[in-house]
Design a protein around this ligand. Structure first.
Ligand code: FAD
Length: 564
């Protein structure tokens, strides 16, 4: 049990640490300066979705000189407010930092509003109150640390960076402006029937239901897992039906994993008054920067619950305690605040819930529907471009790939999409392509992006499927058996890796912390290891079979003859 826990911790941390991809190898972590490219034609760009990936794309493209408009469905007041329904934390690892380090304003804000992984400890309070609270040591991370930041803080800091970008840009024509509209839903995307070389985006203002059509040369679909942009490409909406592309490539491929379908809702604890009672009755104050697991005392598959909290910054007043369970857990049947409170008080006797949680919060928590972990999914197609290569649409972030949060790569992979797309777009600018003859069209850049990024996306989804899907202590018997097999597999690979002095590859999830490997390379190595193992097993079986047959047909008759 202890080994499993430590292993999972190592894995979580290594997946958190992540690795650098080609982008950083190519030295692109340098801060971006606002561009001045006087003769550059600037494609108008629309970014659909103002999540972290859409906003990172907007910043990168504006610095490249593109004028950008962002349409975000969430109304302004909700963007600024903390939403308990989206109370999860991001861990910005090396990959994500390839983006943040390009913008000192973003990176410095990240440092201020987050907790570095090097400052975190771990506290585990067992369900049995007689048992002492444990403080397992966290494995030491290699290289740069990663940063824990609540989702809403990350999104807010990106919006702040966009305002700063517009202020610093002033009236400069050579640097792109970022306009944005909140509370606006994209409802349709199709090639324009009015203007040549343009894609139309139809948006609807939520508050008054008014629709308008806006046009651009480039549309970035960063509208999350249920992407409307992707759906329009898949359905060949409007004039897309006249374009020559295979619409099947936008049909999502998905896989159910042991984490798929788990539901999450977070109980909001006070960050300054969060303490747990130890076996000797003493109060142990939980520090804001600690990782915490408080186990409930009930153990049945429909009642087991662990409250998990991730590190929050010192300025934060709320400490979300994640409840992650199967959908048939009793938690989801309780809609009444009093019933919920009674159940929690009985299940978590170490916590003084009367003191920590207001009636208002119990009311909210009982009614909250929570979020469901999605299947591991990706879109094989990442772009379409017009026949003349002058305009097109690209998908980034969760619109292209999504999965449950077990490998901590969702945001980081999305930020890398934006970074890589931006690097390829550099080839469309005469002043950036090293030789004029290497300059390419927008359409060619979109195709190159798809060629390079699609294999990475596929590998990322394999990592998500097999990386660490049992870390939520799923209580069903099949989960517990699966977790034991998964743990045995990882331990065996670690052992073989050490025994062979690194020749046998590390387990995929541990290799994700390597700075030198792309997702594709680390998955390929793990596959080679599997192939080696399977070959060894097949060879051993054959050997036993052959020697057994030899023994029966040759040696045994010989021995019998000799004896007789
Ligand atoms: C429960 C849960 C926990 C997670 N935990 C982690 C974690 O710990 N670490 C991690 O790295 N990742 C985590 N993820 C994944 C992470 O949230 C995503 O990978 C990341 O947010 C992707 O960013 P994005 O900008 O591509 O998409 P999103 O963050 O989903 O942003 C999409 C944006 O588009 C907007 N939008 C959607 N449709 C439209 C439309 N039609 N018109 C206009 N705007 C639209 C949405 O309002 C949203 O703001 C978690 C996901 C879930 C569900």
């Amino acid at each position: 049990m202890q080994i499993q826990m430590i292993l999972i911790l190592i894995i979580q941390l290594s997946s958190i640490v992540g690795g650098l991809t080609n982008a950083s190898k190519n030295g692109h972590q340098k801060a971006i300066t606002l561009k001045t490219a006087p003769n550059m034609r600037k494609p108008r760009t629309i970014v659909v979705g103002g999540g972290p990936v859409g906003l990172s794309a907007a910043l990168l493209l504006a610095c490249r000189g593109y004028d950008v408009t962002v349409f975000e469905a969430t109304p302004t007041e909700k963007i600024k407010a903390f939403d308990p329904a989206l109370a999860y934390l991001y861990n910005i690892n090396f990959r994500g930092q390839v983006f943040t380090k390009k913008f000192p304003s973003v990176h410095n804000r990240l440092l201020k509003r987050s907790v570095p992984s090097t400052d975190t400890g771990l506290i585990v309070a067992p369900g049995d109150v007689e048992k002492k609270i444990q403080y397992p040591k966290l494995p030491i991370e290699e290289g740069d640390c990663s940063y824990w930041i609540p989702r809403h803080e990350m999104v807010l800091l990106m919006w702040d960076a966009i305002d700063q970008h517009n202020n610093e840009r002033g009236d400069s024509n050579s640097v792109g402006r970022i306009d944005y509209e909140h509370g606006v839903d994209c409802i349709h995307v199709h090639p324009s029937d009015e203007h040549e070389n343009h894609v139309s985006v139809v948006v609807k203002t939520k508050s008054n239901g008014k629709e308008k059509t806006v046009e651009a040369n480039l549309v970035v679909g960063a509208d999350g897992i249920n992407s409307k942009v992707r759906e329009c490409l898949r359905e060949r909406a409007g004039l897309f039906e006249t374009w020559r592309y295979n619409d099947k490539k936008f049909k999502i491929r998905k896989w159910v994993t042991p984490a798929t379908g788990l539901r999450l809702k977070a109980l909001q604890l006070p960050a300054d008054n969060y303490w747990v009672q130890d076996a000797n009755g003493q109060k142990v104050m939980i520090k804001k920067n600690d990782l915490v697991a408080v186990r409930g005392k009930r153990t049945g598959p429909l009642e087991y619950l662990s409250l998990g909290s991730l590190p929050v910054n010192h300025s934060t007043t709320i400490r979300p305690a994640n409840c992650i369970t199967r959908p048939n857990h009793v938690l989801w049947n309780m809609k009444n605040a009093a019933e919920m409170k009674t159940w929690f008080k009985d299940n978590f006797p170490r916590l003084d819930l009367d003191d920590m949680i207001s009636d208002h919060e119990w009311e909210r928590f009982a009614k909250a529907d929570g979020l469901a972990f999605p299947p591991c999914q990706y879109s094989p197609g990442l772009q379409v471009s017009s026949d003349n290569n002058e305009y097109g649409v690209v998908l980034l972030g969760d619109a292209a790939h999504a999965f449950s949060p077990d490998i901590g790569q969702g945001i980081n992979a999305g930020l890398m999409d934006a970074v890589q797309f931006n690097e390829i777009l550099a080839k469309t600018c005469a002043d950036e392509a090293s030789i004029e003859s290497t300059k390419i069209t927008l359409g060619a850049a979109l195709k190159e992006y798809e060629r390079i990024r699609a294999p990475e996306t596929r590998a990322l989804i394999r990592l998500a499927r097999f990386g660490s899907p049992y870390q939520y202590n799923q209580p069903w018997l099949k989960d517990r058996i699966g977790k034991k097999l998964w743990t045995a597999n990882v331990i065996m690979r670690v052992f073989l890796n050490k025994l062979s002095f690194g020749i046998f590859p590390k387990p995929m999830i541990l290799a994700a912390s390597s700075k030198k490997l792309t997702y594709r390379q680390l998955v390929r190595r793990a596959d080679l290891g599997t192939l080696g193992l399977v070959s060894a097993v097949v060879f051993s079986i054959l050997k036993i079979f052959v020697s057994h047959t030899l023994f029966r047909e040759k040696i045994l008759p010989g021995v019998l003859t000799f004896v007789q």
